[in-house]
Design a protein. Structure first.
Length: 282
């Protein structure tokens, strides 16, 4: 059936096409990073704490007010107790962390690059992973006593497992095509480790380091409250004996701040070292 053409009236085929509005693409990622976003959570927690203390919802005998904690911190700094105990705690934490990172990395390389090494090492380490380090404290006290050796050993045991697990996983997930390429170009064993293995395992190692830093401070909290004569944990335990809630809160805030700063430092290294990766965090 033919369509009649009426003068002065355009048919549908002659009408100009109407431009469709462009549909805005919806972002599915988390969005841009917030400036000082890492401090937002702690600041919000501090605000809630301050409001609870000011309104009387928080009993000062149970949880001291933030301004009381600040005053107590100033008193502890003035008499030198805080600096002395903090230095002792930092020495223990970094000694255990250093030994644990080195041990976990070496074991991960031995297990990740050798089937024999994996057969010998992986099983016992997985067993240790299932046993909390703090559950070994009675045995460590029997073996090593209650001195510095026991404390550093406990921290080391809490640190090396996450380093091993994540570094080993990083090694096992290296693309096999890189290994084939290394064999094709004739790389030596050392060059293969330096150019392929270490860069490939670096993301896993840094992730394990974040867990390891947290584990170091968690272990330190416990071991310093076992017959210690110095350290933040000893200061808190002594305050518990005399019912000094404000000093206990100072110690907890200090542990939390140290953990947060340590994790932030590792994340900064992680972000700069792995800047070549494009992820949701970017």
């Amino acid at each position: 059936m033919t369509q009649l053409a009426i003068p002065g009236i355009r048919t549908s085929s002659e009408r100009p096409a109407v431009a469709q509005p462009l549909r805005r693409r919806r972002r599915l990622g988390p969005g841009k990073q917030l400036k000082f976003g890492a401090a937002l959570g702690p600041i919000l927690l501090l605000v809630i704490w301050s409001i609870g203390s000011a309104t009387g919802l928080l009993d000062p005998r149970v949880l001291s007010a933030p301004w009381t904690v600040v005053t107590t911190t100033g008193d502890l700094i003035a008499d030198g107790r805080l600096q002395s105990n903090l230095w002792t705690s930092a020495q223990r934490a970094f000694a255990g962390l250093g030994i644990g990172v080195l041990l976990g990395t070496v074991l991960a390389l031995l297990s990740g690059l050798s089937r024999l090494g994996e057969a010998i090492l992986d099983g016992p380490i997985q067993i240790k992973r299932a046993i909390p380090s703090l559950a070994l404290l009675p045995l460590l006290i029997l073996w090593l006593g209650i001195g510095e050796s026991m404390k550093i050993t406990t921290i080391t045991l809490g640190v090396f497992v996450p380093i091993y697990i994540h570094t080993h996983n990083g090694l096992r997930t290296i693309d096999s095509r890189y290994v084939e390429l290394a064999e094709t170009v004739g790389l030596s064993r050392w060059e293969f480790i330096r150019r392929v293995v270490l860069p490939g395992a670096l993301p896993g190692f840094l992730l394990g380091l974040r867990f390891a830093v947290t584990a170091a401070w968690l272990s330190l909290v416990v071991v310093e409250q076992i017959n210690s004569t110095s350290g933040i944990g000893y200061m808190m335990e002594l305050a518990r004996t005399y019912g000094q809630t404000d000093i206990i809160i100072v110690g907890l805030v200090l542990y939390g701040a140290l953990g947060l700063l340590s994790d932030g430092a590792v994340r900064l290294v992680q972000r700069r070292t792995l800047s070549w990766r494009r992820t949701l965090a970017d």
